[in-house]
Design a protein around this ligand. Structure first.
Ligand SMILES: Cc1cc2nc3c(=O)[nH]c(=O)nc-3n(C[C@H](O)[C@H](O)[C@H](O)COP(=O)(O)O)c2cc1C
Length: 314
């Protein structure tokens, strides 16, 4: 029995995290067709673009899929309206207060999951009435919490108190890592960085290749005063570091970040001046492959690990 498989009616408890400039309908539908749960990342889409992606995703898969809404982005109410009109059945919210929309979404028959980076926010999400929580460790790609709690620590701490299903995220790109977090109490996994290096991700090919080339130590969590985000250490990151040496104000940081940095880096492939979001686990990603193969390999490796662990004696 697996509560995450049952909650979403999917074959494997593997969720592809919503990712700006990476997870459009092509990636989400490929993951859902392969037995996982694909999520369209609404964070980088204008409302009409999101509607188009939902409609294309419905045509590309008969399996369940969902939409991720980072609540720090504009057009929230318009996006929620589209989700309801298009009869999307699963929503993952992140980066904001789950109280704001959870009951409204649930009244409309939607399964709601909220992404958190601490026990405190996991319990807040549970009180807001979500169906499950994604607990995301500090090693994860994209925006993250300020407390720097790693997945290895966060999952068992959240598990101790949470009563609803728990999905682990951050640093999971292999079946062995999936096995490890499930041993710590997770019911399923949310995977981000590994799916950036997939054929179906909408990210620029040069960014995908940079993810494949990345080594351990090539990412850093930064911009904590704005919205903490883990970035590849490119020229833009170096400029951020140089600015920090000058004790900048929040406005200085905002001015350096400017507008559309993430699009420039991850979607348009400006590897020097763009913002390149990826997790620490990029050091373990060595190839670009179809989403279906990513899932098949994870499941295969999970089972190999399960058997291997039976032989381990202490
Ligand atoms: C390029 C990129 C963009 C992301 N964008 C979002 C987003 O829009 N919303 C969100 O909730 N999480 C976002 N994330 C986080 C992922 O959904 C996922 O939780 C995280 O990547 C898991 O950690 P991992 O990268 O170690 O697998 C993003 C991650 C990456 C790598």
């Amino acid at each position: 029995m697996n509560t995450i498989k049952e909650l979403f009616n999917i074959e494997y408890p593997v969720i592809q995290g919503g990712m700006i400039w990476a997870s459009g309908w092509k990636l989400a539908s490929a993951v859902s067709n392969a037995g996982g749960l694909g999520l369209i990342g609404a964070g980088s889409m204008y409302p009409d673009v999101l509607r188009e992606h939902i409609q294309k995703c419905k045509k590309a898969t008969n399996n369940p899929f969902g939409v991720n809404i980072p609540m720090l982005y504009p057009n929230l109410s318009e996006i929620i309206e589209i989700i309801i009109e298009e009869e999307v059945k699963i929503v993952f919210t992140s980066a904001g207060n789950p109280k704001k929309y959870t009951s409204f979404l649930k009244e409309n028959g939607i399964t709601v999951v909220h992404v958190v980076s601490s026990l405190k926010f996991a319990l807040k999400a549970q009180s807001a009435g979500v169906d499950a929580v994604v607990a995301e460790g500090f090693e994860a790609g994209g925006h993250n919490g300020r407390d720097e709690t790693t997945t290895l620590t966060l999952i068992p701490i959240v598990k101790e108190e949470l009563k609803i299903p728990l999905i682990a995220a951050g640093g999971i790109a292999t079946g062995a890592a999936m096995y490890a977090v499930m041993a710590l109490g997770a019911d399923g996994v949310q995977v981000g960085s590994r799916f950036v290096a997939s054929n179906e991700a909408s990210s620029h090919i040069d960014f995908k290749q940079m993810v494949v080339d990345a080594k351990e130590g090539d990412t850093q969590l930064t911009l904590k005063e704005l919205a903490p985000v883990r970035l590849l250490k490119n020229k833009f990151y170096q400029e951020v570091t140089e600015l920090y040496a000058k004790d900048p104000s929040i406005d200085d940081l905002k001015a350096l970040l400017g507008r559309a940095r993430a699009k420039r880096g991850m979607f348009e492939g400006d590897l020097h001046d763009g913002e390149l979001e990826i997790g620490q686990v990029s050091g373990l990603i060595h190839d670009i492959k179809p989403a279906k193969v990513i899932i098949e390999d994870m499941i295969k490796e999970f089972k190999i690990t399960q058997n291997r662990m039976k032989q381990v004696s202490l």
